[in-house]
Design a protein around this ligand. Sequence first.
Ligand code: ADP
Ligand code: MG
Length: 238
Amino acid sequence: MSGLSIGNVKKSFGAVDVIHGVDVEIADGEFAILVGPSGCGKSTLLRMIAGLEDITGGQIRINGRVVNDLQPKDRDIAMVFQNYALYSQMTASQNMGFALELAGAKRPEIDKKVGEAAAILGLQPLLDRKPAQLSGGQRQRVAMGRAIVRDPKVFLFDEPLSNLDAKLRVKMRAEIKALHQRLKTTIVYVTHDQIEAMTMADKIVVLHGGRVEQIGSPLELYDKPRNIFVAGFLGSPA
Ligand code: ADP
Ligand code: MG
């Protein structure tokens, strides 16, 4: 099966259980959003998918392959972080090409891939700038470019817009949607912002206290919230 499958996944930090057996199926090419209040376990779940955090129990499959014990670089994923995590001493172009360089790619191939990503993201005039010379939105585009050049099966985004002002946030939502339509990859996107979830997702997974409250399309969740938490959180009449 292609796409992403999360089966009875659990996570404890020491004696503290933070994810209590989560089941989610995300189809190939689907834009899935994990939404829920701060501390509900969104980042932890995403980091387990990425391989940045051990899995205490259960199974994660990417395109049918169990990835529990695979290194992040072997999972066919790329992650975009909230704080962009760019290298401050490198230019935009170097930031985007660095992972390919580490993986042993040759210069012409790196330049080609960086050029393609820059074209998609409108970054061509900014390639020689360092992060300090870029705006928040431009930095976010470089962070996305760094993910795109690796041509992953699955993109993981952790609150990528939360450091941007409201106006730019709305613009970047549309850009990320357009990017998804263009690349047709699977996306797992974490946010605590209900509007972001309702306007961007094919499928919303509502998390609360390390458990799934409900999974459905934005319309399904709005029309038929399963309980008062989902109704309240997504702002629909219960
Ligand atoms: P969210 O991203 O939804 O805000 P997190 O996944 O960051 O939530 O955190 C879920 C819970 O796990 C929180 O209670 C948090 O304090 C706890 N937690 C996260 N990372 C660690 C860690 N490295 N050690 C101990 N507890 C952690
Ligand atoms: Mg988080």
